[in-house]
Design a protein around this ligand. Sequence first.
Ligand SMILES: Nc1ncnc2c1ncn2[C@@H]1O[C@H](COP(=O)(O)OP(=O)(O)OP(=O)(O)O)[C@@H](O)[C@H]1O
Length: 454
Amino acid sequence: MNRILIVEDDLAFCQMLATFLTKKGFEVTTCTSAEQAHKELDQNRFDVLLTDVRLPEKQGTVLLDRVQQNNWSTKVILMTGYAEVSKAVEVMKSGAFDYIAKPVNPEKLLASIKNALKELQGFEKSAIKQTTKAHKKSDALISESQKQKYVQGVSKEAKTLADYIDLVAPTDFSVLIVGQSGTGKEYVAKKIHHKSKRGKKAFVAVDCGAIPKELAVSEFFGHVKGSFTGAIQDKVGHFEAANGGTLFLDEIGNLSYELQIHLLRALQERVIKPIGSHTEIPVDIRVIAATNENLDKAVAAGDFREDLYHRLNEFSIQIPALAERKEDLVLFANHFLSQANQILNKQILGFTDEAMSKMEGYSWPGNLRELQNCVKRASLIAQNDYIEETDLPKEILVKPEPQESYSLFKNKNEVQLIKDTLAKTGGNKSKTARLLQIDRKTLYNKLKQYNIEY
Ligand SMILES: Nc1ncnc2c1ncn2[C@@H]1O[C@H](COP(=O)(O)OP(=O)(O)OP(=O)(O)O)[C@@H](O)[C@H]1O
């Protein structure tokens, strides 16, 4: 469960935020002063720190400084009154992840937290994405046309991806999309859906990692009123909601074994029965699943059913990491810039050559999502017509040391390299993973595998 520390001196507001975020599945700790918050930060690890800019005895920015000085991976989101937006822009420069203007719009706050966690955890199997509904609202500020705009890219990899999409879209094959976090798996799934004969019907996206285990069957297949405690009204499950259209199962590797059995049965028999109902409902759906992990390994380890794997994998598409399609970077950066201009009501024209060359030299472990967040932040900070080097986050400006590339990582003494890098970053896992150009999940697996304590 992701942990959030809220620091806010207005007790009632603080409680309200805590209740809202707890309901959304976060583990929340609250503090009403910077002093209390310092203690919490020293004793516990938080994924997100949500702090008011103005605290009674100190500015909330001292907490940001604390996080920065200690190299903690905690993402800091500042809450600020309208009049303090310029202050927020200033602190964004020193590394805050985002700022939220008061009065706080809960959906915007949730979107920002979700974004922060995505960037922070990339590959970890955590239940960040909420339901389809919350997912859709997350980028509520971007106009429909901008949001839907699919940038294809010009690289060889982009061309291959486009060819695969065109090839499989008109069929009814189930598709397994494989790619690192933030590479655009959901975007590709939507593209396949829109290009298929089901394009005008529903596209239902489900994050398999975000569904509480006890509710999973009801979420997928629905229930009738009174069928269990808490079933206060009939509920249509994802299968029925997607009838005639496409069901997108994100993070498929997170499905419990029990649910895998239910899912396989529904896909084979093409009928579902809501909990408590005696009536079978025929369903006609196409399934597109996505994963950022190696499902072959999960199958070999007995964690993922082989029959379901084959059922979902009638056609598979691998999405390249952004680092493997650098020719597309300029296109995506400009696309995200026009989104940011729209959100922030700015008219930034582009990037200076120096800024673009820094961006091209960076490895983008968080892929398109990281680029999108980076451009949004840089746009907020930028004072001139073009985004400049100084508007970019620090990690992009630092040149990675060449000997720490992943290719060497595979061949050399892994244990020593991990230990050295951890020492260099003061134990900061995100930074270590970034330097080693692997994702955090892989790093955690390696730490476990080699028994490295940190
Ligand atoms: N082809 C594209 N054109 C324009 N924007 C894109 C494209 N692909 C991805 N994006 C943007 O990049 C971000 C990440 O995309 P998406 O959510 O599809 O990635 P993902 O691989 O499904 O991520 P995760 O594994 O974390 O769920 C989205 O905010 C989306 O707006």
